[in-house]
Design a binder for this molecule. Structure first.
Ligand SMILES: [Fe+2]
Length: 394
């Protein structure tokens, strides 16, 4: 039998599987011998439609040779059904036939046959055809593998960039907070509480994550405020308060015209986190929905955590007092919808506070039944809590 010189071909990869389906044992034998000359090709053979179908279900072949006439069904229906399966959509299939009219050939091509081989077949031509189809299949597999590798590399690189961006934000936020005499826990808690409220409001998860990452920058403008004002233990004068409030403008300038979604969301939060629902906030005196939702959310988280935190000018409030303060600000200082979610998610917010600041627990009844935490440390609110409340939000 004449054969092609396949031995020693550099590009040949062993391990490809070929299925031959023909109702003639002698044809199967001839094909198996001829195609057995192809190095590294594993050959399966079967006689019937059902046997072929079952083999394809339990094995992954790289090419098929299918007779047009088969017991239990015709070759075209076998090809058509195989093409409906994801793993056989791109597999080369050759149809073997004695003679097919133009219409039947068209039907076979439409069903997914790639090529035809006419009986009686020439072994040399059979080898060449199948070798070419397997080479095509090999190229398809390598291309798909390469595309998958590239896709993975892009995903890895994108994740690395996002992590780097996130790390820089946290470090920047920590630097700002250290100037304010804190340790970074405040921005961490504000970030987590803000995300909890955002999710409770049903915002898209991407926006929730943006709010989580951008919230730590809400006071970035304090970089521009003098230490004397930031760390002043007593009451600020009117001029000092005006300067303190400029941290919003400083922050807006720092983040203005950002290119990334994250910086844009951060700029929105910075610019609006001291606005109030009733329009009495600053810097623009915006009211209601005119205040971006990201800023309305962070306003609740920021004030709540500030009330619960010790500052140079105030002692930490017990958490239940801070909760009461937030609830009482619904519709005046805060967006009622945000306060409603704050209240509904209080167990989760409570666990954030405890996890991030272990000594802090609820002093009494503050949240939904039974979920707000155990009796705990009451750091004894200072006598002038009312005025400190204003200072906590400065
Ligand atoms: Fe602020």
């Amino acid at each position: 039998m004449e054969t092609l010189p396949f031995d020693g071909m550099d590009c040949w990869e062993p391990g490809e599987r070929l299925l031959i389906v023909d109702d003639s044992r002698s044809v199967l034998s001839l094909m198996t011998v001829a195609l057995g000359q192809l190095p590294g090709v594993e050959i399966d053979a079967c006689l019937t439609w059902n046997a072929a179908w079952n083999k394809c279900l339990s094995n992954q072949y790289d090419a098929l040779i299918v007779d047009y006439l088969l017991p239990e069904g015709d070759g075209i229906s076998l090809v058509r059904q195989l093409r409906e399966r994801e793993n056989y959509r791109g597999i080369p299939i050759v149809m073997v036939t004695s003679a097919l009219d133009r219409e039947t050939r068209f039907e076979a091509l439409t069903a997914g046959v790639n090529d035809f081989l006419t009986k009686p077949f020439d072994s040399f031509e059979l080898q060449a055809r199948i070798a070419n189809l397997l080479a095509l299949r090999r190229a398809q597999v390598q291309l798909a593998r390469h595309a998958a590798d590239l896709r993975d590399a892009v995903i890895r690189a994108t994740r690395e960039i996002a992590l780097r961006e996130e790390e820089m934000i946290w470090r920047l936020a920590l630097a700002v907070e250290m100037r304010d005499g804190a340790t970074g826990d405040h921005v961490s808690r504000v970030a987590e509480i803000s995300r909890t409220i955002a999710r409770g409001l049903g915002l898209h998860e991407h926006l929730c994550q943006m709010i989580y990452l951008a919230a730590p920058l809400h006071d970035i403008g304090k970089i521009g405020v003098s230490d004397a004002i930031l760390a002043k233990p007593g009451r600020l004068s009117a001029e000092e308060m005006r300067e303190m409030r400029r941290h919003v403008d400083y922050g807006t300038r720092i983040l203005d015209n950002g290119a990334s979604d994250l910086v844009k969301v951060a700029a929105t939060i910075v610019g609006g986190h001291h606005e109030k629902w009733d329009g009495s906030g600053y810097p623009a005196g915006l009211a209601g929905d005119a205040i971006p939702i990201e800023a309305r959310i962070v306003a609740v988280a920021d004030v709540f955590d500030a009330l619960c935190s010790e500052r140079p000018y105030k002692r930490a409030w017990p958490m239940d007092k801070a909760v009461t303060e937030i609830l009482s600000g619904s519709g005046s200082h805060f967006d009622p919808a945000c306060v409603d979610i704050f209240w509904r998610t209080l167990p989760e917010i409570s666990s954030i506070m405890v996890r991030r600041q272990p000594a802090m627990q609820f002093a009494g009844n503050g949240g939904p039944a039974g979920d707000v935490g155990a009796d705990g440390v009451d750091p004894s609110p200072s006598p002038d809590q009312a005025s400190n409340s204003k200072r906590a939000m400065r």
